[in-house]
Design a protein. Structure first.
Length: 214
């Protein structure tokens, strides 16, 4: 599925990037406030202050725009570089950075509203659910899986099923708190409470996959 994430070339690039950001911001606002079906490319163009032709010059269709908007939101909190394992940086530090970014992402108003929207749309249009999953959750799972393969190879942790371990990591971070938030019967953890939760999850994860000693 194309995502049109490459930056345009030539002297107009800075202006084009600004317009692209405006289009993505407009798309996120409209998809969340009006729903997918009621959001048109014309409406996105008007909200972004650009022409419809400009919208189509960046995104082939509404599905591509939706996918890119989800990816952009994830990238804000969890850039691809978060899933790297730099030399000299402790694995626990890397995991804590990922955990903090992910926890903040899933508990943000935009993320909660988007998940609620997808729960409604999922039974109506499974294709949209797949687009959302590939642009958001699958992207992060894949990045985490690649990181955990490197961690296993380094010998710091023993992870024979990195995909499963990635899923365990993110599910632990979501916890019951995120379910309460999605159902509208709880508030997101913030400040010291959020940091305590993140650190507890990372400690549990490290303990679960610590290599066995002879």
């Amino acid at each position: 599925m194309p995502n049109n994430l490459s930056a345009p070339n030539g002297p107009g690039r800075p202006k084009d990037l600004a317009k692209r950001r405006a289009i993505l911001d407009a798309a996120k606002i409209l998809f969340l406030s009006k729903g997918y079906a009621n959001t048109s490319m014309d409406a996105v163009a008007a909200e972004a202050g650009v022409s419809k032709l400009t919208v189509y010059s960046h995104f082939d269709d509404k599905e591509t725009l939706f996918s890119a908007a989800v990816m952009a939101k994830c990238e804000e909190q969890l850039p691809t570089l978060f899933f790297e394992l730099p030399d000299g940086i402790a694995v626990e530090t890397v995991l804590l950075n990922i955990a903090r970014g992910f926890h903040q992402l899933i508990n943000s108003d935009e993320s909660v509203n988007l998940h609620r929207l997808m729960m409604t749309l999922g039974s109506q249009d499974p294709k949209l659910s797949l687009i959302f999953f590939e642009a958001g959750p699958e992207r992060m799972l894949h990045g985490m899986e690649r990181l955990l393969i490197k961690v296993d190879q380094s010998g710091t942790l023993s992870i024979d099923k990195p995909r499963n371990a990635a899923e365990h990591f993110f599910c632990l971070l979501k916890g019951a708190g995120n379910f309460r938030l999605l159902y509208g019967c709880g508030e997101p953890l913030t400040g010291e409470a959020a940091e305590s939760h993140v650190q507890e999850v990372v400690r549990l994860f490290m303990r679960a996959y610590r290599p066995e000693t002879a």
